[in-house]
Design a binder for this molecule. Sequence first.
Ligand SMILES: [Zn+2]
Length: 58
Amino acid sequence: MFLCNRCGEVFREPDTKRVTENMDGENGWWTYTVAFCPICGSHNIEETAENNEDGPED
Ligand SMILES: [Zn+2]
């Protein structure tokens, strides 16, 4: 699960998109994937523990 630090939404998978930047203006194309909140689009998200559901721990 993921938590958005901006809107507080919790979601299973973040939206992702591929970003291509031309680093040096020539042949230095750099492609990477960014993850962001599907609700508000913020990149300020963090992964939370999968088994951290509501309820007391033993
Ligand atoms: Zn959000």
